[in-house]
Design a protein around this ligand. Structure first.
Ligand code: TYD
Length: 392
């Protein structure tokens, strides 16, 4: 792997700090990103043991977002009609945002974070709070194999992809379909969304890289959808090579051509990205400085893991942002890692107490702008850093 980007010393992105621990020294690690020119994988260099990140304290709940709820609901409708799956496995079932669209006896969830697995188990969905691997695949599919395996925003968090796909290959029936969904590297690079890189996002996948990884396991991408979630993601439909039911669609070739045209197979593309990231940092800091000089009150909106990368890389803290608003109960009253900005319970924005809000959850811009229509009408503004830092 050849490194191309250094995002400095970073704390664990999802370890929100309790007030009583504010004075404790935080563990930090070097966040560097590299490119493997053999299989085109882009990944972070310094990988944190999974148990430190995905445990009983995992704060992220997918079902708290309208956008994600709708995205998963629409997808399930489509795949039920298209594939009529009898037995489904979801890898990374979180709090059941996808699971809940299926009958209880037709789906099994895999979710190593016990606090989340508990939620779906309570709703009578069979959920294994274990990491996905061959041993677990054998346990789950000892009687019948799965004809659909689904995993969204999960595989990019797992280091050993070979183990993952070995287990998927074992668990999936001959004519089964695997659907993967993760942020798209092309969108990330195009949008200078360097905050897609944080401790949990070990990989940001491109189609060309995924194709290389799948090759070893005789798995093939036969269909692709570009979707809007998480700042631009790809949904890959994958089959076994021996499965002749599904023809490889033209859009797979097109997506690959698009990525090659952009240069995702070349190291020089990533060096260009690095220089854009540096410029983005300067511009974002200037934007904050200008507003602060005018004594304008700035808060943060959406205390995302992504904003942890931005705030710590750009050294933005309480010097610029008074506090963050977030809807996640777990985060409220805690402080963002590194920057130590307080997270408050979300209240509708009003010009009476806020002038400008930094969009930590820029990937939900549409949902947020819709919610804050009045604030925008009153002349309230947002700062975003994607694709270029600006006030909108
Ligand atoms: P997410 O997009 O999953 O980002 P990451 O994976 O980088 O953590 O997190 C979205 C966060 O934004 C989550 O903490 C909830 C918050 N949020 C709000 O506070 N209000 C909103 O209207 C939306 C859409 C999200």
């Amino acid at each position: 792997m050849k490194k191309f980007l250094n995002l400095g010393l970073q704390p664990l992105a999802n370890s929100y700090i309790k007030k009583k621990n504010l004075k404790n020294k935080e563990k930090k690690f070097k966040l560097e990103v590299g490119f493997n020119n053999k299989n085109y994988l882009v990944s972070i260099a310094n990988i944190i043991p999974k148990e430190k990140m995905f445990n009983n304290e995992y704060p992220y709940k997918s079902s708290e977002s309208k956008t994600m709820n709708k995205s998963f609901k629409d997808l399930t409708k489509k795949i039920k009609k298209k594939y009529k799956p009898k037995f489904v496995i979801e890898i990374g079932s979180n709090d059941g945002v996808f699971l809940k669209n299926f009958k209880k006896n037709s789906i099994v969830g895999v979710e190593p974070c016990e606090n989340l697995a508990k939620i779906t188990r309570k709703k009578k969905y069979k959920t294994f709070s274990e990491y996905w691997n061959l041993k677990l695949a054998k346990k789950i599919t000892s009687v019948k194999k799965a004809n659909l395996i689904y995993s969204a925003n999960t595989l990019s968090h797992i280091k050993n992809l070979d183990e993952i796909f070995k287990a998927i290959n074992y668990a999936m029936s001959k004519n089964g379909v695997l659907i993967l969904e993760d942020p798209s590297l092309l969108e990330c690079i195009k949008n200078v969304a360097y905050d897609q890189f944080y401790c949990e996002h070990i990989y940001v996948f491109s189609t060309i890289a995924l194709k290389e990884v799948l090759k070893k396991f005789d798995l093939q991408i036969f269909d692709i959808e570009n979707i809007k979630t998480h700042g631009g993601s790809n949904r890959y439909y994958i089959k076994k090579k021996i499965n002749n039911i599904y023809k490889i669609k033209n859009n797979v070739k097109k997506e690959i051509q698009k990525e090659l045209k952009f240069g995702l197979h070349k190291f020089s593309t990533y060096k260009k990205f690095e220089s854009k990231v540096k410029k983005s940092k300067k511009k974002l800091l200037n934007t904050f400085l200008k507003l602060k000089n005018k004594e304008i009150k700035i808060i943060g909106y959406g205390a995302t893991a992504k904003s942890c990368t931005v705030l710590n890389y750009c050294k933005i803290g309480t010097n610029f942002i008074d506090y963050f608003y977030d809807t996640t109960s777990y985060k409220i009253g805690r402080y963002l890692p590194g920057s130590k900005i307080l997270i408050k319970k979300y209240k509708k924005l009003s010009k009476k107490n806020v002038d400008v809000a930094f969009l930590g959850a820029w990937n939900f811009k549409k949902e947020i702008f819709n919610k804050e229509k009045n604030f925008i009408k009153e002349g309230g503004k947002f700062i975003t850093h994607v694709p270029v830092p600006k006030i909108i």
